[in-house]
Design a protein around this ligand. Sequence first.
Ligand SMILES: NC(=O)c1ccc[n+]([C@@H]2O[C@H](COP(=O)([O-])OP(=O)(O)OC[C@H]3O[C@@H](n4cnc5c(N)ncnc54)[C@H](O)[C@@H]3O)[C@@H](O)[C@H]2O)c1
Length: 315
Amino acid sequence: MFGVGYIGSRVVQELLFQGRDVIAVDNFFASDRRAIGAFRQAHAFSLVEGSIVDPATVEQALRLTADIDSVYLLAAQASAHPDAAPPEYSEEVNLRGPRIVLDAVARLRPGVPVVFASSTRVYGTALPDEVDETTPYGVMTDLAHLSKCYVEKLLEMYAAIHHLPCRVVRLGLAYGVAPVMKTDIRFMTAPNLFCYQAATGCPLEVRSDAPLALIHVEDAARALLWAGDTVHDAGFVVYNGASGVSSIPLIAEEVRRIGETRGVEVVIRNRIQRTERDGRLPTIRSALELAGFSPRRELGEGLSETLDYFMVRSQ
Ligand SMILES: NC(=O)c1ccc[n+]([C@@H]2O[C@H](COP(=O)([O-])OP(=O)(O)OC[C@H]3O[C@@H](n4cnc5c(N)ncnc54)[C@H](O)[C@@H]3O)[C@@H](O)[C@H]2O)c1
């Protein structure tokens, strides 16, 4: 498991719950030592602290056991925030890191499936009207998401050259409660940030009305595991992992509505220039769902649990 941050920690939790062993690699660029420390109490969990751009660290993790079912590649500079990291760091980790991991898997664990957490943002910053896995890449506005296109093609290349089973899951924007929760606004997804701001009495700033795909963090973890567990052959397969489509203004309104039910007054500041839309949201189809996977969690439920999580901690 490369990368035990927000989504990775939920994947680890699910794997441990299933009684499986987990070897994790993280350099704590954007994770939480206390939350990972709790995992370390489980005998089934081992941590290799280090960077995926260090071949020795990657090799050490892959050699800890001969019995590896799947490799999950979630380590990344994942944030689109301009102050999250220098561009050099995003390039180093997001472009070189995956190549180093794939080289090591091809050499040390050939045949083991690699599952990569990509993003529905590869379709562009605003989701097109109709999306499935054949929809072409759209326009990117940050290095973290641009790097997803390169890594997807890298997996395709390793599947072709080294016959590695490579699976890409293009996740929607994740929300909900996971073992690793961020409170640094540079690393929070918009739904979780709005819940945090609502709980701490800060206004919610709406800066875009572009439609976007969403997924609860629990469903994101299940989708990644499903992709790794249902590999029947080598080759390269792409899945969308999204449970719905919304927009930042609609999410802010939903947080305000949920806040009202808890006696919390939520202020929304609209800073968007409205784009010409007819009010319809795009539709996103998923080959994962056609193959039998179904998301379980809904946006309202996920926002409620997240608001409650931050309200309890801000008292
Ligand atoms: N959160 C979302 O909404 C979302 C949506 C689509 C795709 N994704 C992708 O899923 C993956 C996980 O996202 P997340 O939200 O959990 O992000 P995150 O930042 O919480 O997790 C990434 C993890 O990678 C680690 N990391 C960073 N640099 C590293 C390095 N050099 N070596 C080892 N570890 C390193 C960080 O410490 C962190 O624990 C990312 O690739 C992200 O782009 C996330």
